[in-house]
Design a protein around this ligand. Structure first.
Ligand code: 87F
Length: 569
């Protein structure tokens, strides 16, 4: 199709593309459409969104001449969910699958996850955290041992009830999280203060059978994560661990994904019910004006220790209950990264998580053949690899340079290195930066160092730009009247809060913000099941000054802190 389109363009023919897929089928851009089972979850344009409404009968988008069939069909500002789907499919991160809420992570996204894993493993090792692997199945007795913890989550637990034709004597659950799988073993292993601290991590998949609309990476029924679980002799030690894990999560977002986050405490209402205190990092998605929980780190107190009898003899021989933590980071990180940085051409990757950081594209012509350009390109590749850069020379002769530019742009490769006849003559290369489109020419000597410093610059600048955008959507208010109008401007809102035990006021804000939004004629998006109600995201660690006598925005009671609100995923 790409070649056909190029041919028509050359002939000056304007092409209209008619897709023959049935209504509800994934469009032709999703390769999975050709597989036998019908792919699920591909978003469809919502009523009143996109071109479908403005031009009756024109539900299929017109592909402009010169664009290949494999180009993005939606703009980020035009229809954010459709744009997101375009990006993750065209970049070859995701393929759709015939079970709702489940997606194929293709090598391009899986490599990104591996880069996160490598970095994270490198950070937890010096903290004394060891990797391990526990079974994915949990018996009903164990899963339901800690009632508080499963309560509320129960509808999401998936059960295996049969093998072949025979019913299992007792159904077994697929892990939604591993507290109840790991802690009986903790109880076995921990007898004395000498057995502490115990710090384990596991990389695995978990299953949570959610009924809200799924979104690849952000909300899926099966996802990949790491879960850390630790046990300590004292509360203070456990608290150090909680904050170390959260700091790593902040760094995953900011240093790898180039996404700024706000670290803080969850309120009593939003914390993990099984624990003592939850800390979180919260990110902002400009395309939807929504917040998203990035990752959480819990201080479990002694709740699980009591339930699973995780006790030890201290130095004096007294029996004590262990203090525990748990913390988790998921493949959601990748979705947030795509949503924050992607543009109308496709994916834009920060170098730290780019499977390829630089792609070398030769410009072949009659006067400059593959044979002539290849040694030059290979020497560039060698220099890049020697500098520790993930690079590739795209020497395929079945595609022209324009096709390759488009392909690697869609995949978000941070730097393209173009090599043409003039470059070979002059001993130069042309660099094109994906995130800004900026072009510049450089000497081929020292190209490893040049590209390295460009990558560092891109990484820092992408974070700085994302932070600027996030900060411009962060407002501090002290009167309720401004609350919903600020949400409507896609802002996160920091307000004074009475805090503590006043959970009912949090519910009040949720209800009230929803009512006031719908009163203005907005419709709640039934398709994505994303609520227009605001909820608390966190009580930021970094607290602005709270003048004496400041009142809670909701209750009017004396405020005890600032809390961050937003519509969220
Ligand atoms: C769904 C079904 C059953 C979340 C669930 O955050 C149980 C649960 O316990 C459940 N969904 N949770 C909370 C998970 C807490 C905690 N686990 C370790 C984390 C980080 C990693």
């Amino acid at each position: 199709p790409a070649d056909l389109m190029a041919y028509f363009e050359k002939c000056g023919v304007e092409v209209h593309v008619q897709e023959f897929a049935k209504k509800g089928d994934a469009p032709a851009v999703a390769p999975a459409a050709s597989s036998k089972g019908k792919p699920k979850d591909k978003p469809k344009p919502a009523k009143g969104q996109g071109k479908a409404e403005t031009k009756p009968g024109a539900n299929k988008k017109k592909v402009k001449a010169g664009k290949t069939l494999l180009a993005m069909q939606w703009k980020k500002t035009e229809n954010f969910p459709m744009w997101y789907s375009d990006v993750i499919v065209l970049s070859e991160m995701i393929s759709y699958y015939d079970i709702s809420g489940c997606y194929i992570l293709r090598p391009w996204s899986y490599k990104m996850w591996e880069l996160v894993q490598d970095w994270f493993n490198g950070q937890i090792r010096p903290l004394g955290v060891e990797n391990s692997y526990f079974p994915m199945f949990v018996s009903q007795d164990r899963l339901e041992k800690e009632k508080d913890h499963v309560e509320g989550f129960a509808p999401e637990v998936a059960w295996v009830t049969r093998s072949g034709d025979s019913e299992l004597a007792k159904p077994i659950a697929v892990r939604p999280t591993s507290e109840t799988i790991m802690y009986p073993a903790f109880a076995d292993w921990i007898k004395s203060h000498r057995d502490l601290p115990l710090k384990l991590n596991q990389w695995s998949n978990v299953v949570r059978w959610e009924f809200k609309d799924p979104t690849p990476f952000l909300r899926t029924r099966e996802f990949l994560w790491q879960e850390g679980h630790t046990a300590h002799a004292t509360y203070d030690e456990s608290q150090v661990m909680v904050r170390q894990a959260l700091e790593l999560y902040r760094r995953v977002y900011e240093e790898l994904m180039a996404v700024p986050v706000i670290p803080g405490y969850k309120t009593e209402k939003e914390k993990f019910a099984g624990g003592h205190q939850t800390t979180t990092v919260e990110a902002y998605i400009p395309g939807s004006g929504r917040a998203i929980q990035g990752a959480t780190s819990h201080n479990l107190g002694q709740n699980f220790g009591k339930m699973f009898d995780i006790s030890f003899q201290d130095e004096q021989g007294t029996s004590k209950i262990a203090w525990q933590t748990s913390w988790g980071l998921t493949t959601r990180t990748l979705g947030v990264c795509v949503m924050v940085h992607g543009d109308d051409t496709g994916l834009v990757l920060p170098p730290a998580v780019a499977p390829l950081q630089a792609i070398i594209v030769p410009i072949i012509s009659k006067k400059c053949t593959f044979e002539q350009v290849t040694p030059y390109c290979e020497s560039i590749l060698k220099q890049l690899e020697d500098a520790g850069i993930r690079a590739k020379y795209d020497d395929r002769d079945v595609y022209n340079p324009g096709w390759k530019y488009n392909h690697w742009e869609q995949k978000g490769v941070p730097i393209r290195i173009e090599v043409g006849p003039r470059d070979i003559e002059q001993g130069s290369v042309r660099l094109v930066l994906r995130y800004s489109g900026e072009k510049s020419d450089h000497k081929v000597e020292g190209i490893g160092d040049t590209v390295k410093s460009q990558l560092d610059f891109i990484q820092a600048d992408m974070l700085a730009k994302a932070k600027e955008t996030r900060d411009s959507h962060l407002v501090k208010i002290t009167e309720w009247e401004k609350f919903v109008p600020e949400l409507e401007k896609h802002n996160l809102v920091l307000t004074p809060w009475c805090g503590g035990e006043h959970q009912e006021w949090e519910e009040w804000v949720k209800t009230k913000s929803r009512e006031e939004t719908l009163k203005d004629g907005d419709e709640e998006d039934e398709r994505t099941a994303t609520s227009v109600a605001a909820k608390t995201l966190c009580i930021p660690f970094d607290q602005p000054e709270l003048p004496q006598g400041t009142k809670c925005i909701a209750s009017g009671l004396p405020a005890t802190c600032w809390v961050l609100w937003g519509r969220s995923y």
